[in-house]
Write a protein that binds this ligand. Sequence first.
Ligand SMILES: Cc1cc2nc3c(=O)[nH]c(=O)nc-3n(C[C@H](O)[C@H](O)[C@H](O)COP(=O)(O)OP(=O)(O)OC[C@H]3O[C@@H](n4cnc5c(N)ncnc54)[C@H](O)[C@@H]3O)c2cc1C
Length: 559
Amino acid sequence: MTAATYDYVIVGGGSAGSVLADRLSADGDRTVLVLEAGRSDYPWDLFIQMPAALTFPSGNPFYDWRYESDPEPFMGGRRVAHARGKVLGGSSSINGMIFQRGNPLDYERWGADPGMESWDFAHCLPYFKRMENALAASPEDPFRGHEGPLILERGPATNPLFQAFFDAAVQAGYPRTEDVNGYRQEGFGPFDRNVHKGERYSASRGYLRPARKRPNVTVKTLATVTGIEFQGTRATGVSYRRGGQSHTVSAGEVILCGGAFNTPQLLQLAGIGDPDHLRSVGIAPRVALAGVGENLQDHLEVYIQHACLQPVSQQPSLDLWRMPFIGLEWLLGRKGPAATNHFEGGGFVRSNDDVAYPNLMYHFLPVAVRYDGKKAEVEHGFQVHVGPMYSDVRGHLRIRSADPSARPSILFNYLSTENDRREWIEAVNVSREILRQPAMAPFNGGEISPGPSVTTDQEILDWVARDAETALHPSCTAKMGPASDPMAVVDPHTMKVHGTEGLRVADASAMPYVTNGNIFAPVMMLAEKASDLILGRELPAEREPFYRHTPLSQLEEAS
Ligand SMILES: Cc1cc2nc3c(=O)[nH]c(=O)nc-3n(C[C@H](O)[C@H](O)[C@H](O)COP(=O)(O)OP(=O)(O)OC[C@H]3O[C@@H](n4cnc5c(N)ncnc54)[C@H](O)[C@@H]3O)c2cc1C
C-alpha cells in the first residue's frame, strides 16, 4: 500500500525503529513509513550475518556513520572513534550481539526520578520478556520470555579458557551466577547473545523483516531525513534526501529513532533545544528545551590482553590465510569460528563497597584482538574487556551549523571526574587480581597490555587515556522526564517531545541514565514499551523480587 500521508513516519530503521515499525503496524489499521539513511541488510551480506565478521562493518562507510568525538580534554586531546550502524537494523546490524538487560536497580534508579515511576523495573520487566525468546532459560523462569521475536542463545563458552576465567573469578572472591539477565546479575557466567544457528539475529531480522511483509508498512532505504516539517509546534511530516533529490512526506506523527547522535541533531536542526546555542548556529528557536543533546553518557573500556601458554585460544582463526576456510565452513553449515561473536561469557562486579550494584562489567574473550580487528602479536592469547558501567561523567552533542549534513560536535568528557578515575584504577586492579589467580596459571603467558611497566595509579590512568576505546553505548541525549525537569526532553508517559505535538522519540537517546551493561537490550525494551505508550496502552507491572546486595554502609547504619 502506498499513501501520500502516513499515520506514522519513523525516522531510522535501526534497532528501536524496527520494533516501532512492527508493533505500530501489527493490527493493520495504521500506515507506517520507515525512512532509513543506510542500505538494506541483505540476507546474503556476510559482513552483517556472519557473527565473527563483526569487526568489518565498523569504520566502513557502507555500514557505519563513522562519528568521532571532539578532542577529549582528559585523554590528551584524543578523538574517540564512534561507529553507528547506517543500515536496516541500525547498530544492531553491526554490533557485538551481546545481550545484557542491565541490573534491575538500573531501572529502580530510572523510576526513582520524579515523574518516572512507570519506568521502574516492575514496569520494564514485561517488555524485556515480550521482546525475547531466551532459549537457554527455563520456561518457568519469571524473569525471562520465550515467545518474543528476538531469538537469544546462550554463549556455549566451551573453550577451556572460559572455565579457567570463571574459576579464577571465584578464587578472587567473586560469585558465579546462573543468568546475568535473570534473578541475579552480579557474578560470572556465560552470556546470552542475539545469534541463532550461527547467524546474527538483529532487530531488523526479528522485527522489521516480518513487519515489512504487511501492506501497511513501507520501508525506504538510502533515505536521509534532513528536517522535521512543522505548523507552529505541531510536527506534520519530514523532509528527506533520496537518490539525489529532496522529498517531503506528511505524517500523523513523526517518531524519531535515529539513535543517540542523530535524534538530538534532528531536534536541534528543527529549532528544539537550548535557544542560545540554536541562535549561535543560525537556527531560530521553536521550542526551548535545554536538555536536547545534553546528558550524553557512554561506556569507555580497555582490553587487558595476555599471551596464552597453551594452544587453546582462537588466535589462529585471525590468520588471514585461514579466513577463506573458516568462511567456507560457515557458508556450508553456519559452523566453526565464524559462527561465534566471541563474547560468550563474562561477569559483573562491585569494585568497592559504596556501590549498591555492579559498577564493572567483564567480557572475557579466548583471543587477543581489538574491536577494529587488530590482533595481538602472539600465537595464542586471551583478554578481558572492562570499564566503569555508570560513570558520573556527562557530555553533550551540539550541532555546529544549520546544514543537516554537517557533523555535530560530540564531547564525552571521559575520565573527567574523580569518581570515574577512581573506578578506572579499580577496574584495572580487579582485572589483574582475577587474572593472576591459580586457575589461570596453566594458561597465563604474561600480560601484553597494558604490560608490566604500568603499575602506579597515575600510570594506569595515563594508559587508559591513551588506549581506551568506547564500548559504543552513547545514550541519554534526549532523556525522558516530566516537563517540570528543565533537562527532560521526552514525556515518559507518551514519548512526546515536550512542548510539541505529533513528535515523539523512542531510541537510546530517551534513556535517562545508561544501564550497567551493553545497551541494545535496554533500547529494545524502551522501544517495546514506547510502542504501547504510543498506542495508549501498557502491560501490567510484574513485581518479581530480584537479587540485591546490601552495601556495607547500610549494614553499619542498621547495627
Ligand atoms: C559496533 C557496535 C557494537 C556494539 N556492540 C553491542 C553489543 O554487543 N551489545 C549491545 O547490547 N550493544 C552494542 N552496541 C550498542 C547498541 O547496538 C546500540 O546502542 C543500539 O543498537 C542503538 O539503538 P538505536 O535504535 O538507538 O540506534 P540505531 O540502532 O543506531 O538506529 C538508528 C538508525 O537510524 C538511522 N538514521 C539516523 N539518522 C537518520 C536520518 N537522518 N535519516 C534516516 N535514518 C537515519 C541510522 O542509519 C540507523 O539505522 C554496539 C554498537 C555498535 C555501533
